[in-house]
Write a protein of this length. Sequence first.
Length: 260
Amino acid sequence: MGTRVETDTMGPIEVPADRYWGAQTQRSLQHFRIGGDRFPRELIRAFGLLKKACALVNRDLGLLPPEKARAIVQAADEVIAGTLDEHFPLVVWQTGSGTQTNMNANEVIANRAIELLGGQLGSKKPIHPNDDVNKSQSSNDTFPTAMHIATVEQLQGRLVPAVRRLRDTLDAKAQAFAEIVKIGRTHLQDAVPLTLGQEISGWVSQLDHALRHLEAAMPHLYELAIGGTAVGTGLNAHPEFGERAAKQIAALTGHPFVSA
């Protein structure tokens, strides 16, 4: 397998020629060889949604030329669809703010956008991973934002519906078994009688409580850090960027995300 040379502020480094990631991702692969626990596909999809939303907002604010935005959006759509998953090789062990995974997304989207525009991989022209894909952003606001997007999508799309189905199934069983008497047990001994339906109704109640707790958490998860940039002040971002980005993410996902 051949390689190409990519560069960053630390100098040149060889990257596999058939991969879209760049220098920062390659350095993380070399310096954090710890285990094989890679980030789940749900988080990578969330980064694709986030980078797409940011490109659209930067375009609308006049900060990113439309032709660059189109290429970034097209590349981000491929990340969202999962067709570029093999280009996200990093494990969860990395610096605390998730800088390497944010840069992995920036580099993959930039190089794929460059390819779509007929450029050379690794050239950073006409799409730069930092100056264009990561414009108005920082690892300190993108990573927590992607975490919230992924969590909301998985809670609302998978966990909550599954718990509701389980709850409704058990509720039906509780009613069906309402006349079946059994012995309750405490301390590994027979205790007093109850119906099987009553026992199952306790499980139903537990799931009702779990659903209420999940729903109570949602408003907090809808709050997104994007726009805060490095330390929460919004430095180097347009004053409207955070609000607009949250609205754009809400439009893309169908969930009521807001700026934190």
